[in-house]
Design a protein around this ligand. Structure first.
Ligand code: AMP
Ligand code: MN
Ligand code: MN
Ligand code: MN
Length: 280
């Protein structure tokens, strides 16, 4: 593939915590000049079919994807499944279980908010009224709508983030299990935003080694908002551990003007793009 083509392999729709429907997302990507797009909603592939229909109509090459939440040493890790078969049975069952985990965790978080004097039941109802599999981003939006915080960032800083009153440790399945689901669906497992996890240097190297041992194939080298020093670090990790390299904006909504669709730096030289093995 011509390396100058616009590629974006990490995006969200309203089937998880993005603001655009899958059809709107694909149409916007086409207008932005994106030629190859992966839809990677959190723990759901519900948007893939609609995205595919629009992609056909507007001439975008759509890669079916998902961003699955996993656990590694008590840390939540995000693994992208790219080129997954949306009809794969084991992955389908696993994602239904992830949806149940998300629902249960949201109820626990809202109960905790109730304990600290906030309208937990009303917040839960507001989350459940929004489209998409529930995430903390939905709850942050509900906290803003209630006037309890002014910005979603504050919701994480005051209530939802690590160490805060309503932080509930998620019981996501282990990293190797999640990679196994993706591989069983014919997908490439790609570690999302490897520089974003709060880990020491040694722990991060162990994460990368464990991900490789579990049959993880790629890491995200360019991700929306990544500082240049992270790109260089990610590139070195890709080479050291033998991963192919991916890039994606992690687009959630047009209002996040700092994180548009498809406006990504090129992969540094010397890396094998993740799409090379897929004939692109
Ligand atoms: P969850 O997967 O339910 O833990 O929700 C995490 C989602 O919340 C992420 O995918 C982001 O979209 C969003 N998020 C996480 N941290 C923040 C933050 N500090 N400010 C705004 N949004 C955040
Ligand atoms: Mn998100
Ligand atoms: Mn993520
Ligand atoms: Mn994401």
């Amino acid at each position: 593939m011509n390396e100058n083509r616009a590629i974006d392999l990490h995006t969200h729709s309203s089937c998880s915590d993005g603001s655009l429907t899958p059809a709107e997302l694909v149409a916007r990507a086409a207008s932005a000049g994106v030629e190859v797009l992966a839809l990677t909603d959190h723990d759901t592939i519900a948007g893939v079919e609609a995205a595919r229909e629009t992609a056909l109509a507007v001439g975008v090459h759509l890669i079916p994807g998902v961003e699955i939440s996993a656990s590694w040493r008590a840390q939540s890790i995000h693994v992208l499944g790219l080129w997954i078969d949306p009809a794969a049975a084991e992955l389908g069952t696993a994602l239904r279980e992830q949806a149940d985990r998300r629902g249960l965790r949201m109820r626990k978080i809202c109960a905790r908010l109730g304990e600290v004097g906030l309208p937990g039941n009303r917040l839960l109802a507001a989350v459940e009224a929004q489209p998409g599999l529930p995430t903390r981003a939905h709850l942050a939006a509900a906290l803003v709508a209630e006037g309890i915080v002014t910005r979603t960032d504050d919701a994480f800083r005051k209530f939802l983030g690590r160490g805060k009153a309503a932080h509930i440790a998620a019981d996501w399945p282990p990293l190797d299990v999640v990679v196994g689901w993706i591989r069983s669906a014919g997908g490439v497992a790609c570690l999302a935003h490897p520089a974003r996890y709060p880990l020491s240097g040694g722990a991060r190297r162990q994460l990368l080694a464990d991900f490789a041992a579990a049959d993880g194939g790629a890491i995200e080298v360019i991700t929306g908002g990544n500082a240049p020093q992270h790109v260089e670090a990610c590139a070195q990790w890709a080479i050291k551990f033998g991963f192919t390299a991916s890039l994606g904006s992690d687009f959630h909504q047009p209002e996040h003007s700092w994180n548009p669709l498809g406006r990504l730096a090129k992969l540094p030289p010397g890396l094998t793009p993740v799409w090379r093995s897929h004939g692109l």
